[in-house]
Design a protein around this ligand. Structure first.
Ligand code: CS2
Ligand code: MG
Length: 410
């Protein structure tokens, strides 16, 4: 069996999804997602210029060897651009493997460990009252877990992932501004955040009671000592997790948080390989690993991370921001169905009708649980004539500065 060709598409409904389609001499094709949010053209070029010419003639069933060829063969290893491109190839090869076997990918991983995978939604508000409405909206739909973000009184601009004005939160994406590649600037004030947010989280807990899983994303804004203080302050809230309290390039810095608090910590959405989280996992400094199959080299590499995590009581909480296409979300749904150490899945439903037309699938979300499709392979298709309606639109994440102009972490 041989790979005969591959195509890359960039575009989608309100998103620049990077979709890879690998074709074979047996008519079976595989689909992969290489969407690197706001840098989408780069994995697309890596695929077109360097990877696809090498794939032609290879046996698509040898997904492990192909992964090693891409990773070791590149010499300059890792990084988000390369790992997103490898991830797309890997997902497509698992898709082909499942279709050849007539089995959903979760069966190839070891079968189902659960019936449904708990997901969390994003609630957001310009202020706390607005956020409470947003949380209530998801609770009413049966969600058991909600990530909560709100505006901070006196903060010079909206803080991470919150709307400027009341009632504008639902269904919007505050992560990417498609006005061009020059970023919008947000202003951050650590003091105001530290003084306000623990109390706000406690009010949410009091209002919604003990059963709701409450998650909060700091988005890398605190220094390690501040993060330790914050994690300790929010202990009475009983968070499901506190996400990205501090940038984790410095894996050792997470010790400080652990030494001071039992609040569960979730990290890893910006990691591209096991080498960025192995110390965090082996030293049991985190509770949830947040890598995404897209940026972390596909199913083959993500599974290695999941297995390492399982040895150290670290559960999964794969990244599922709206930039992931239904293809990588499906790959994660298969891992979630199988992983013995599954925790939760981030899942956002944005632009669904057009998205469903472009990526038809039988994966289902009901009452805050994701139910994996039983179709062979990843269980998602890609309608090329729909894709022809979309183009690449330049966009950017905001950039954050402190009030004095110092550049900070988005
Ligand atoms: C966020 C992301 O989903 C999350 O937890 O941290 O939305 C992140 O801001 C984006 O993926 C950046 O592209
Ligand atoms: Mg996050």
């Amino acid at each position: 069996m041989k790979i005969t060709g591959a195509k890359v598409f960039v575009g989608g409904p309100g998103k620049n999804y990077v979709t890879l389609k690998i074709l074979t001499d047996q008519g079976v094709y595989g689909l992969g997602d290489a969407t690197l949010n706001n840098r989408e053209t780069l994995p697309a070029a890596y695929l077109r210029d360097y990877i696809i010419p090498n794939l032609i003639g290879m046996d698509p069933r040898n997904s492990e060897d192909i992964w090693q060829f891409l990773y070791r063969g590149a010499y300059f290893r890792r990084g988000p651009v390369a790992m997103a491109a490898f991830g797309a190839v890997d997902m497509a090869l698992w898709d082909i493997k499942g279709k050849l076997a007539g089995l959903p990918v979760y069966q190839l991983l070891g079968g189902k460990s659960r019936e449904g995978a708990m997901v969390y939604a994003h609630a957001t508000g310009s202020d706390l009252a607005d956020l409470m409405d947003s949380i209530a909206h998801y609770v009413a739909q049966g969600y058991k877990a909600v990530r909560v973000q709100c505006g901070i009184p006196g903060m010079p601009s909206a803080s991470y992932a919150v709307p400027e004005r009341k009632g504008e939160g639902e269904g919007k994406n505050y992560i990417t501004d498609y006005a061009g590649i020059r970023p919008k600037i947000e202003t951050w004030d650590t003091g105001r955040y530290m003084r306000y947010m623990p109390g706000a989280l406690m009010e949410i807990r009091d209002h919604f009671g003990p059963d709701l899983h409450i998650l909060h994303d700091v988005h890398h804004r605190l220094l390690p000592r501040e993060a330790a203080e914050f994690a300790k302050a929010v202990e009475p809230v009983g968070l499901y997790w506190l996400e990205d309290p501090t940038p984790a390039e410095d894996q050792e810095a997470l010790r400080l948080i652990r030494q001071h608090s039992t609040t569960p910590i979730a990290i890893g959405e910006v990691f591209n390989s096991i080498w960025e989280c192995n110390k965090l996992i082996e030293n049991e400094l985190i509770d949830f690993i947040r890598v995404a199959v897209t940026y972390a080299g596909g199913i083959t590499h993500a599974r290695r991370i999941v297995d390492l995590a399982a040895l150290h009581h670290v559960r999964t909480g794969f990244h599922g921001a709206p930039s992931h296409s239904p293809i990588s979300m499906a790959a994660q749904a298969h891992l979630n169905a199988w992983a013995p150490n599954f925790g939760i899945q981030e899942y956002l439903v944005l632009g669904t009708p057009q998205c469903d037309a472009l990526f038809p699938s039988e994966h289902r979300l009901a009452s805050g649980m994701m139910h994996v499709s039983d179709a062979p392979g990843l269980g998602v298709d890609f309608v090329e004539r729909e894709a022809a309606r979309y183009d690449y639109t330049p966009g950017s994440h905001p950039v954050v500065r402190l009030e004095d102009g110092t550049l900070w972490n988005y």
